[in-house]
Design a protein. Structure first.
Length: 251
């Protein structure tokens, strides 16, 4: 049995190999869980990261025996479910070999077709100012986790505010992925009383256009139940060919 041991620090070289092995970029939602996660490593070449009782990242150099390593892992460090990307084939295949149940829970957008959206001259997007933060938080409580998160994104220069006719109608974010700066996860939220007017698509489209003009690749995602966000992203040209997957371990 492979002996998994809890370690203080993430194995940087192994994680770089894991990210390079993926056919698509990492998901920001999972990256945030990884960043604050509990790390376990096994000496024959691999690691696992947990967020509470959820496995949020798993990598084995010996991919043909990944299911055996995964089976050993759950005996040594029990967990209730797994969160992963549908394009993480090593983890998906290992879970299926163990008979674990897969459920799709989110849409991951890694492709975008060119689109031109019609917008009025009164709509524009600009980088957030400090005075915008209280309104950005009040109008985005169902998107941001906390005031501190809004402030952190602002300090990194990645918070944007959308205005129409001089009034804030929403906000958008840009979060670089993998530390490269070339792949950027984007998101948006519209003020509750301004929804269903097309502003969400305009926000995400402007963010994506800006990134693409700089030679960067915008990506995004949303929950499978959030059909409004899915429609807004698709209107902005994004196409979902991948999913966020939850894997449940039978009792």
């Amino acid at each position: 049995m492979s002996a998994f041991l809890r370690v203080a620090d993430l194995p940087i070289s192994l994680r770089s190999q894991y990210l390079a092995s993926l056919p698509e970029p990492q998901e920001w939602f999972l990256e945030e869980l990884v960043r604050t996660g509990e790390v376990w490593e096994f000496p024959c070449g691999g690691y696992a990261i947990f967020h509470g009782d959820t496995l949020v990242e798993f990598y084995a150099l010996d991919s043909t025996n990944a299911h055996r390593h995964l089976s050993n892992l759950i005996q040594q460090r029990p967990f209730r479910k797994v969160l992963c990307k549908s394009f993480d084939r090593v983890l998906i295949d290992a879970a299926q070999k163990l008979g674990w149940a897969l459920v799709e829970t989110g849409f991951l957008f890694r492709k975008r077709n060119p689109v031109i959206l019609t917008k009025s001259d009164t709509f524009h997007l600009e980088r957030a100012r400090a005075i915008d933060l209280p309104d950005a938080w009040m109008n985005g409580r169902d998107f941001y986790d906390s005031k501190d998160e809004v402030a952190q994104i602002f300090r990194s220069g990645d918070l944007w505010i959308a205005f129409n006719e001089g009034q804030m109608v929403g906000s958008g974010i840009m979060i670089p992925i993998d530390g490269s700066g070339d792949v950027v996860d984007i998101g948006m939220v519209t003020r509750p009383d301004q929804r269903n007017r097309g502003f969400a698509s305009l926000i995400v489209s402007d963010l994506a256009n800006l990134l693409e003009s700089e030679g960067k690749r915008p990506i995004c995602g949303c929950a499978e139940t959030n059909l409004a966000s899915k429609a807004a992203l698709e209107k902005a040209g994004f196409v979902s060919e991948h999913r966020l997957v939850e894997i449940y371990i039978p009792d």
